[in-house]
Design a protein around this ligand. Structure first.
Ligand code: ADP
Ligand code: MG
Length: 256
């Protein structure tokens, strides 16, 4: 990131759908270079939170700021352009693209001229393309997939495909990475590997991570801070140890 890392501040965000309040005056702050987990039972508002942060849903009221920049009313591509990258709960990779091409897709927002114009400005475009390829290789090494660069992403085991998706988001050089259930459906080995990469994204790259994850063991090990939602409300927040022992959290998860 070119600028100093900034906090992502969610202030009193309410999201209403017809007849339903999916988020009710929710506030939390994601500190720079931290993993902030958002947890809660099904229907609590976790995906809605993600959709607000990435601009897919518009908050009915409340604000979202990255540092001093107000993101609240911005379109998804503007928010992505400001350095907030997301992955999706379900895989969203082009099936026949190689790992390298899939990662290159993440560079698109960073191209000066865009893909269409690149043919008109050959020398600089060629140099730009080389820089992007170099960065793609570095990121492939970071996620441990440098040997798979020229393979179709679609033939890789599920866990590696999810790493490609994470790598594609990293290729956007984000300040904040939004991860929606990054280890769901994985083998134990895959879960360990992805969790290690996520920790490394924070520790080595200094990127903030907002993590929605059901596996409490992983949340407790990885997260620096946790926000707990239930029926659209923030019912608890703090360190993993603090929320784990919070009676409101225990009650929400026991489903009383
Ligand atoms: P979670 O991800 O925590 O399981 P969601 O954020 O997906 O929960 O959903 C929170 C509530 O908002 C649920 O009751 C859900 O049915 C509702 N909801 C989510 N998205 C929409 C939508 N686009 N239209 C109507 N209701 C929605
Ligand atoms: Mg969800």
């Amino acid at each position: 990131p070119a600028t100093a890392p900034a906090a992502l501040a969610v202030r009193d965000v309410t999201v209403r759908f017809a007849g339903l309040t999916a988020l009710d005056a929710v506030s939390f702050t994601v500190e720079p270079g931290s993993v902030h987990a958002v947890i809660g039972p099904n229907g609590a508002g976790k995906s809605t939170t993600f959709n607000v942060l990435s601009g897919v849903y518009r908050a009915t009221s409340g604000t979202v700021h990255l540092g001093s920049t107000d993101l609240t009313r911005l379109a998804p591509h503007r928010i992505a352009g400001l350095g907030i990258a997301r992955t999706f709960q379900n895989l969203a990779l082009p099936p026949h693209a190689t790992v390298a091409d899939s990662l290159l897709l993440g560079r698109h927002r960073l191209t000066r001229s865009g893909f269409l114009a690149s043919g008109l400005r050959l020398p600089s475009a060629a140099r730009e393309a080389r820089l992007h390829r170099d960065r793609v290789r570095e990121i492939a090494e970071f996620i441990g997939l440098e040997k798979e660069l020229e393979l179709p992403a679609g033939i890789l085991p599920y866990g590696k495909q999810k790493l490609v998706e994470l790598g594609r988001a990293l290729c956007m050089e984000p300040q904040v990475l939004l991860l929606d259930e990054p280890i769901a459906g994985m083998t134990a080995d895959e879960r360990r590997r992805v969790a290690a990469v996520v920790a490394d994204v924070r520790d080595s790259l200094g990127i903030s991570i907002v993590l929605v994850e059901h596996d409490m063991g992983v949340v407790m090990r990885l997260a620096d801070a946790v926000t707990v939602l239930d029926f659209g409300r923030r019912i608890a927040g703090g360190t993993p140890a603090e929320v784990q022992n919070d009676p409101a959290v225990v009650q929400a998860y026991l489903g009383t």
